[in-house]
Design a protein around this ligand. Structure first.
Ligand code: DX5
Ligand code: ZN
Length: 230
């Protein structure tokens, strides 16, 4: 089972409630929420007040991805605001071990995000403490960018590392995902697929969600069958 996580970065911020409702009706289980501070990344998006309002408005899991320079100092505020999953960048954290533990103790599922140039090997020590790892398949900061194709090799390496340690850590991929590459991503070991512009830029976002979730389900079923017959 792989889940598509619609990223509200590409939703209509002035009609956000409608877009969230549409994803609920389509059967989404989670929403990806991109927080950018204009410092760690060259863009500013939304922050704590919007997360609080989303939490009041929807039962969907809030998968909060903070692209901020000071996650160590502010993680607890995002949990307080309603983050169910909280993903922090390896490149921004000062004391990653402490930060991940604080997120877990605060009641959210901790995730570590790797930028495209950061190798999977940096996860060696932190992996057992993580609920999920996010592989950035674009440079963070903007929606609608081109998928970096070498990201799938990273996913396969990460999957091998997780399996070699006997862990259950989930793999999320973020950036440039759409109907054309979701199958290969799931076959490579991805459990959660973030999609912003592919969904909210489509003529009918719900149909695009179905299309992508259907492709993910098919790919996951194929992967499972292979495992059974092997
Ligand atoms: C980019 C964000 C992504 C973004 C993905 O920095 O982390 O979550 O919403 O957008 P698309 O799916 O359009 O590449
Ligand atoms: Zn994101």
């Amino acid at each position: 089972m792989a889940r598509v996580a619609p990223s509200i970065l590409s939703a209509d911020f002035l009609h956000l409630a409608d877009d969230v409702r549409a994803m609920e009706e389509a059967g989404a289980q989670m929403l990806h929420v991109d927080v950018m501070d204009g410092h760690f990344v060259p863009n500013l998006t939304i922050g704590l007040p919007v997360i609080e309002q989303l939490k009041r408005h929807t039962e969907l899991l809030l998968d909060v991805h903070v692209m901020i320079s000071n996650p160590d100092e502010t993680a607890s505020q995002y949990i307080q605001a309603g983050a169910d999953f909280l993903s922090v960048h390896f490149e921004a954290a000062k004391h990653l071990d402490r930060l991940v533990e604080n997120i877990r103790e605060g009641g959210a599922q901790p995730g570590v995000v790797l930028n495209p140039q950061t190798p999977v090997s940096v996860l060696e020590e932190i992996l057992p403490q993580c609920h999920h790892i996010v592989i950035m398949s674009v440079n963070p900061g903007f929606g609608g960018q081109k998928f970096i194709s070498t990201s799938l090799e990273k996913v396969r390496n990460l999957k091998a590392l997780i399996d070699s340690k006997g862990l259950e850590v989930q793999i999320e991929i973020d950036g440039g995902m759409g109907p054309e590459n979701i199958r290969e991503a799931v076959e490579s070991g991805v459990d959660m697929v973030v999609a912003g512009s592919a969904i909210f830029g489509a003529p009918i976002p719900q149909e695009r969600f179905f299309q992508m979730q259907g492709a993910a389900d098919e790919a996951a079923a194929g992967t499972n069958n292979d495992a059974i017959s092997a």
